[in-house]
Design a protein around this ligand. Structure first.
Ligand code: PHB
Length: 361
């Protein structure tokens, strides 16, 4: 029987166990650049089989919250290099999540007060955190089709920066109602033309982005994160047919040879089977994907063991448990008590609730 603690090879990466640190926004990268605390935070968590960094904007226009890090400038590359060197020195593996928020942003966060960009002109039902506190997101501007090649180049550039910073790979963030999902879902994408309407058209941008990223870093160092059933607090309604949509997307991704699929089951941070949501046939989705299958969303120790033992997944990504337990792998191995999460210290602030959670003696 496979255990969470068994090593695994996914694409070009050899992982020492199947316990993954999920991407987690922490809003401590003042000015968009990681710092010494960032390095310490990830170093402390290097016993994870794989660390997926917090979402990191691929360009200035990709940012949606105050003090999230980027991966496009020389200063960011240099700062992330400190992080990857620390994690590697501690025996860990780390990929960076490439993030574009699309319409989940505010003009005050964007260059020259620009409007956020999206698949649509329709504003999201969402708030974001700015220098002036929580504010409703701004009205977006729908990207023209002829702007998409440049957007894809931004992903490619960020992927190149990630390699320069020493990451083991990248994860394309196509989940949680951000830009790529804004193109995917018919509840948001109201375009005509090659990137709107049919499912084949709505998956097009994601596939083009993933191709460009694979070109840059290699498919064996590329993963993708999807969330077929999340509304993210009502920011976007579900697609009218998630099974068909995600089935088509995974069919389109399958030939690319990605290292892994990172699937958020249900409502991100909430129920794995949200009330009123369709019951997805995850096994059918998985069967269509040749790479490693990573699952996420509130799994505890027993559920994680069970998922890997019964073959439902190859890897399990833990989010909140990794925030409060830097040595989560050891604690799961020993079935040790877990530190409680300081929920008021998740977003922004300093060392407290970030790098001061104790490891076992
Ligand atoms: C958040 O900032 O709360 C956040 C960011 C990225 C996600 C999910 C949540 O994918």
């Amino acid at each position: 029987m496979t255990s969470l603690f068994d090593p695994i090879r996914i694409g070009d990466l050899s992982l020492s166990n199947r316990i993954v640190m999920a991407p987690l926004t922490r809003n401590r990268a003042t000015g968009g650049v990681p710092n010494a605390m960032t390095t310490e935070y990830y170093r402390q968590r290097a016993s994870a089989g794989l660390i997926i960094t917090e979402g990191s904007q691929i360009s200035p226009m990709a940012m949606g919250y105050l003090d999230t890090p980027g991966i496009y400038s020389p200063a960011q590359v240099a700062a992330w290099r400190e992080v990857t060197e620390a994690v590697h020195a501690a025996g860990g593996r780390i990929v960076i999540q490439l993030w574009h928020v699309g319409r989940i942003s505010h003009t005050s966060l964007l260059p020259d007060g620009a409007a956020p960009v999206s698949s649509t002109n329709q504003r999201a039902n969402a708030h974001t955190f700015t220098a002036a506190g929580f504010l409703p997101v701004s009205e977006p501007r729908a990207l023209h089709d002829d702007e998409l090649p440049d957007l894809i180049e931004q992903y490619r550039h960020a992927a190149r920066c990630a390699m320069q910073a020493g990451f083991d790979g990248v994860e394309v963030h196509a989940a949680n109602t951000y830009l790529l999902e804004q193109f995917l879902r018919d509840s948001v994408n109201d375009r005509t033309g090659s990137y709107g309407g049919s499912i084949a058209n709505r998956v097009r941008l994601i596939v083009e982005v993933v191709r460009a990223v694979c070109d840059e870093v290699g498919a064996g160092r590329t993963g993708i994160r999807l969330s077929p059933l999340t509304t993210f607090g009502g920011s976007a309604a579900l697609d009218s047919d998630p099974q068909a949509l995600y089935g088509c997307l995974i069919d389109a991704l399958a030939p690319l040879g990605l290292a892994y699929m990172h699937l958020i089951e249900g409502e991100t941070g909430g129920a794995r089977q949200p009330e009123g949501a369709p019951v997805l046939d995850y096994a059918a989705l998985r069967q269509a994907f040749p790479g490693a299958w990573m699952i996420n969303n509130g799994y505890d120790r027993d559920e994680g063991f069970e998922a890997v033992a019964c073959g439902k997944a190859d890897l399990v990504a833990y989010g909140r448990l990794f925030i409060s337990n830097p040595d989560l792998v050891r604690r799961l191995r020993e079935d040790a008590a877990l530190n409680a999460l300081q929920a008021d210290k998740l977003y922004g602030g300093g060392a407290e609730g970030y790098i001061d959670y104790p490891a076992l003696a």
